[in-house]
Design a protein around this ligand. Structure first.
Ligand SMILES: [Zn+2]
Length: 278
């Protein structure tokens, strides 16, 4: 599932290859992916414009668009990759580049219907949202105000305040996009493992040093995952399986449900904290 690093690769792809190309036509026929817009509404809003910038906050991405002529500007185009979406950009010469969720190992021949939304450029190329599971979303002028600060940009002081407020399990807090945006299930397990924090710990039990250790882990995990192209590249991810052992101490990894999500942690280094530990 795309988390911050996968969405960032898609954003960079659009920034590198999708900007400044005039939109000659738009395929917005998938009314589920393009809800609440009616067919033709996105075409009418975007045809004749260019994408001028690509932004991201957490897992949400949006593009600015140009005016139809002159210095004016158009609507913003929101693109959410959902559970498995990828951005595919075809250059004028036919070259294809992709970014977003890594292709599955059982890659099947592609069906045209999996391109859920397409901008056709006047130069003959195109930009598509390829989304087999159809859980992505295209929306004009999306509302991103409900999202917390981006996990790559949140300051240490803001992180400390956002992570420790209340009594919820720390993993659930990391996954709460309204507090910190961009961390999904794999990144959360990796960050907690790097920081040696038990995932079910109530955030009220986190001391300042714990919050700061989590912050440092978040920074380094995100830097590594963005550089390597996805959350699946984390050090503990391959050990998230029955019989898996901790890559650091060799003890057994254990599994449970925390914050409603499948969670793996080291039985020794992330054993539940007793009040006496704190
Ligand atoms: Zn361990």
């Amino acid at each position: 599932m795309p988390e911050l690093p996968e969405v960032e690769t898609a954003r960079r792809l659009i920034a590198d290859l999708g900007l400044g190309r005039r939109i000659a036509n738009v395929d917005d026929a998938d009314t589920f992916v393009c809800r609440p817009h009616s067919p033709g509404e996105l075409r009418a809003a975007l045809t004749g414009r260019t994408l001028t910038a690509a932004h991201r906050r957490g897992k949400a991405m949006w593009c600015e668009t140009s005016g139809l002529d002159g210095p004016d500007y158009g609507p913003t185009l929101g693109i959410h990759l959902g559970m498995s979406g990828r951005i595919v950009i075809v250059a004028a010469n036919g070259w294809v580049a992709e970014g977003g969720d890594p292709p599955g190992r059982d890659a099947q021949p592609r069906k045209a219907v999996w391109d859920r939304f397409t901008l056709e450029f006047a130069d003959g190329g195109r930009l598509s949202l390829f989304d087999k599971r159809r859980l992505g979303r295209i929306q004009l002028n999306p509302d991103i105000d409900a999202l917390g600060p981006d996990a790559r940009e949140v300051t240490q002081a803001d992180f400390r305040a956002l992570i420790t407020k209340g009594t919820i399990a720390v993993k659930a807090r990391l996954l709460d996009q309204s507090k910190i945006a961009g961390v999904g299930n794999l990144l959360a397990d990796e960050v907690l493992w790097q920081a040696k924090v038990p995932p079910a710990t109530p955030v009220s039990r986190l001391q300042r040093k714990d919050a700061d250790r989590l912050y440092r882990a978040l920074r380094s995990v995100l830097a590594s995952a963005v550089a390597k192209g996805g959350a699946h590249t984390g050090d503990v991810i391959a050990s998230r399986r029955p019989g898996g052992t901790c890559p650091r101490c060799g003890h057994e990894m254990v599994h449970g449900t925390v914050g409603g999500r499948s969670t793996w942690w080291c039985s020794r280094e992330q054993a539940a904290w007793s009040p006496a530990d704190r």
